[in-house]
Write a protein that binds this ligand. Structure first.
Ligand SMILES: [Zn+2]
Length: 258
């Protein structure tokens, strides 16, 4: 079985001491691909360096709402230049965070305009989007209506309603299924994933964040994508091998990797 972790922040400082060991351990446990989203200008070169030495890694570049502290207008020009590089498979992680708006100098309107600029870049460079959402499905769908993303993408850590899911699927998006479903209390999200066809789902860990049930308080690792996949197979009553195969194919096709 081969697993594809479609969302893993391997470039983050949390992995500076053991990154090589984490990658090797993931490979040993059947993870064939890891996608690393880029969250700010400060990370893009580090990610490029990583992708160049590890054939199992693929990556994107984006400006994440959590990392707007150092944001400058010219970051969008730099993003556009990076987006034309061969190793860049997607634009993101980008999006809108409805919680964050209360605590940052960036309003929801400003987040939305930076997000829409990135949708435009994805369209100009023919890339899919990796989308962060929190209390913001209505705003993200509004931006999609305005900017019309042409190459689909992934709604990272999807936790909306079945109706939200159907809207995204109609626009060519896959739904990211992560550690949330390993918690008994996530009945609503489990129920939505149970109702979705497997062809619309990709797996992710969001390492080093979003620890799985049983691993609370620990640094999350890409090797645990298998546990997410096993949980999804359980929820949907499907064979684990079928889940591994189909979700990997979904991610490879969307991100244009072999
Ligand atoms: Zn992320």
């Amino acid at each position: 079985m081969n697993w594809f972790d479609s969302h893993c922040h391997l470039d983050f400082d949390a992995f500076d001491d053991d990154r090589e060991a984490v990658i090797k351990s993931a490979l040993d446990k059947g993870v064939s691909h890891i996608f690393v989203p880029g969250v700010s200008r400060d990370n893009w070169q580090k990610i490029e360096n990583l992708v160049q030495v590890h054939p199992m890694l693929c990556a994107g570049v984006g400006i994440h709402p959590y990392f707007l502290d150092t944001y400058q207008q010219q970051d969008l020009d730099l993003l556009y230049n990076y987006a034309q590089k061969g190793w860049v498979k997607a634009i993101g992680e980008c999006g809108i965070d409805g919680f964050l708006a209360a605590t940052t100098r960036f309003s929801v309107e400003q987040q939305q305009s930076i997000f829409e600029a990135q949708i435009d870049i994805a369209n100009q460079t023919n890339k899919p989007l990796i989308v962060h959402h929190r209390k913001s499905h209505h705003l993200i769908l509004q931006s999609f209506k305005r900017c019309n993303p042409k190459n689909g993408g992934i709604i990272h850590a999807f936790s909306g309603s079945l109706t939200d899911a159907q809207h995204y699927i109609a626009l060519g998006f896959k739904l990211g299924c992560g550690g949330t479903i390993t918690y008994e209390r996530a009945a609503k999200t489990r129920n939505v994933f149970n109702q979705l066809d497997l062809q619309h789902i990709v797996l992710e860990t969001d390492s080093p964040d979003m620890p799985l049930a049983g691993f609370q308080g620990q640094v999350n690792k890409p090797e645990r994508v298998e546990l997410v996949g096993r949980c999804l197979a359980d929820v949907k009553g499907l064979d684990v091998a079928v889940v591994a195969e189909q979700t990997s194919t979904n991610a490879k096709t969307l991100l244009s990797v072999s």
